[in-house]
Design a protein around this ligand. Sequence first.
Ligand code: DGL
Length: 266
Amino acid sequence: MTIALFDSGVGGLSVLTHIRAQLPGENLLYLADQAHVPYGPRSHAEIIQFCEGITRFFLAQQAKAVVIACNRASAAALTLLRERFPDVPFVGMEPAVKPAAQQTKTGKVGVLATVGTLESERYASLMARFAGDVTVWEDPCVGLVELIEAGQTDTPEMEQFLRRTLAPMLSNGVDTLVLGCTHYPFIRPSLTRIAPHLTIIDPAPAVAQQTHRVLQQANLLSPSTNGGQITLLTTGPATPFAQLARQLIGYEGEVGTAVWQGSILR
Ligand code: DGL
C-alpha cells in the first residue's frame, strides 16, 4: 500500500519531502502530470477530468490515500473527488491565508498563486473567512511555474521575475508572503535573498501533518518507521523530470512514465 501524491509537475515534490520526513516508513508514489503542465490557466472542468483519471490510476496502484499536492487541483477538484470516491482518504491544500493573517505585523500579506487558484471559489471563501482584518496583495505569477519546470530556480531571469513581482508588495509594506503554489518553495532561497525580512509561509509541513492525521484516523499508518520506497512517475518525458528531481530534492532513483489515453491514465 502506498500514499499517492500528484501535481501538474515538479511542484508537489516540495510536499513529498515533508511527507517523507514525517512518515519515513511509508511508500510514496508521486505522479507529475507534465503532459498537462501548467494547470494554472486551465479550466476547472479540464482539471477535474485529469484529477479523476489520476485518482483511478492511483487506486489501481494500491493507493491507500491520495494527497493533492497542488493548490490549483485542490481548488478545482477536491470537493468533487471526495464525493465521487467516498472511500478514499484525500488530503488537499490551499493557500495559507489564515496563518499569514495571524502572523503579519504590518497587516499586509502577499499571496503568490496561479491564476486558477486566485480565481477559485475555494480561495474566495478562504479570503472571506480569514482575511477580513488584513490587506492582501495577490499576484498570479504568470510564467513562474514554467521557469521552475525548466529548472531555473536561481538564475538571473528568476531574480528579475521575482523582483518585478514583489516590488508592489514590498513597497506597500507586505511582511508575510504565502506560497500558494507547490512549485514556489523551490524558489525560496531567491525570495529570501531579494526580501530577507519577509516571513514566508509554505503549507507543505501542515499538509504532511494532515496526511499523518488522516492515515491515523483511518487506521492506515504503516507499522514501519523507516525504509519506505519512493516511486516517481511523469506523464511527460522521464529524463528531464529525473534531472529536475535530482536538482530540486536530490532524488537519485529512476523515473517511470504513465500515459494518458483519452481521459484514462495507464
Ligand atoms: N503546483 C501547482 C499548484 O500548487 C500549480 C502549478 C501549475 O500551474 O501547473 O497550484
